[in-house]
Design a protein around this ligand. Structure first.
Ligand code: FMN
Length: 389
């Protein structure tokens, strides 16, 4: 794995930190670009009050000199403004684990005396650090004309109608929508559903779609399980809080189709081989095929609900209702940029692996030799194959 990152930090601790290692030298990087993605993570319908407290900015602490990467690890820090409100405060013990959160499982695993150490780290506040990392990875991808964008297709029981709507229009409309949904009718219904859930003390989940364009053929590999691009994307997507399902391309619809209707026919095109469809989501045999890489992710309704849920008070052993502390109602719209970020990391990692080299200059020369396979690139001799003679 040429590119790697770690994050550290608690939800109400002093700061979140991320270290990203493996970026090439010579890539211009500025904090404003990271700030723009962080702002997207803070906006949208269904957000809790915490987002009004934070004004996320990532400080670049290392790996960048005079605005350009040096090849050294990039350390990023996001200060938690809310820390000042919690520092030194005595808070009641939190002993009523929320179903669906890490509370009970982590208390059993780590032997916590209350669930606060768990919720401080399991909190999706950590995803701010991932968005900062993702923004850096996007900068790298954009150097080579690759972009990653997403939108909401389902929220609660409302599904967007997107048939025939080109990707650029989907993304442009989603950015104008407070629920990140390109279908205005569905978006209005989604916004109403969030308000209704809020009044009822409930939360809502949804489905998000992410599309990466400009991805060259040849990222990932079929030769071993951990090199398959689809598996790496699924790992990244499922590593995100509250994401419980992932679908590469038309995976679930394909499961109901016959073989001849499920696959993307290979056709001779004017300037090379071409496809009419992209049901495989741009990945075949664990390798990108030059088509847009696209996937869907299912996000569950988040576990903190104002309406109490059945649990057991671990201090008394008695049945109890969950305790409510400030929370989102539906972070599905805010999750779009987080999901884009983890996908951007995975693609940046796979591209770095493909290109090799230590500087953007070296990589650019290599990248220019990559393109969608033309017939000439893959022309075969037609000679019979002799197996292990
Ligand atoms: C952007 C974002 C915001 C979230 N906000 C909350 C929240 O306010 N309250 C909550 O209970 N869960 C929230 N979650 C989900 C929890 O972090 C998650 O459900 C929890 O850590 C348990 O992990 P799991 O659902 O992946 O099993 C959020 C998730 C994301 C992606």
């Amino acid at each position: 794995m040429p590119l790697r990152y770690l994050t550290a930090g608690e939800s109400h601790g002093p700061a979140l930190t991320a270290i990203l290692e493996g970026l090439p030298a010579g890539m211009p990087l500025d904090e404003a670009k990271i700030a723009a993605d962080l702002a997207r993570r803070q906006a949208g319908a269904g957000s809790g009050d915490r987002m009004a407290i934070e004004k996320d900015r990532a400080l670049i602490l290392s790996g960048v000199m005079e605005g350009v990467t040096t090849g050294a690890p990039v350390a990023l820090q996001i200060v938690n403004a809310d820390h000042a409100n919690w520092k030194g405060r005595a808070v009641p013990a939190y002993t009523t684990p929320r179903p669906g959160h890490a509370d009970l499982a982590s208390a059993v695993k780590y032997g916590y005396d209350d669930v606060r150490p768990s919720l401080e780290r399991a909190s999706a506040r950590e995803t701010a650090a991932r968005v900062a990392v993702g923004a850096v990875c996007r900068t790298y991808l954009e150097t080579f004309g690759i972009s990653v964008a997403g939108y909401v297709t389902v929220l609660g029981e409302t599904e967007a109608r997107l048939d025939g709507l080109p990707l650029a229009e989907r993304v442009a409309r989603a950015r104008r929508s407070e629920v990140q949904c390109p279908d205005p009718d569905a978006a209005a219904q989604m916004a109403r559903a969030i308000e209704a859930a809020k009044s009822a003390g409930e939360t809502l989940g949804g489905v998000l779609e992410i599309v990466a364009t400009g991805v060259p053929a040849g990222l990932g590999s079929h030769v071993n399980w951990d090199r398959r691009l689809d598996a790496r994307l699924a790992h990244a997507v499922l590593s995100m809080n509250a994401i419980k399902g992932v679908e590469i391309g038309d995976a679930f619809a394909n499961a109901r189709r016959t073989g001849t209707r499920a696959h993307d026919a290979i056709l001779p095109g004017a300037d090379g081989l071409t496809r009419r469809t992209n049901a495989c989501g741009g990945v075949e045999g664990g390798i990108s095929n030059g088509q847009p890489v696209w996937l869907r992710a299912a996000m569950k309704p988040i576990p903190t609900t104002r309406k109490g849920q059945d649990t057991v008070d671990l201090a008394t052993g008695e049945p109890a209702l969950t305790y409510y502390e400030r929370s989102d109602v539906c972070p599905v719209p805010r999750a779009v940029v987080v999901l884009e970020s983890v996908v951007a990391f995975t693609l940046a990692d796979a591209l770095l692996e493909k290109l090799g080299g230590d500087s953007i200059r070296e990589m650019r020369a290599r990248f220019d030799t990559l393109r969608r396979a033309t017939l000439e690139d893959v022309r075969m001799s037609g000679k019979p194959h002799v197996f292990w003679p």
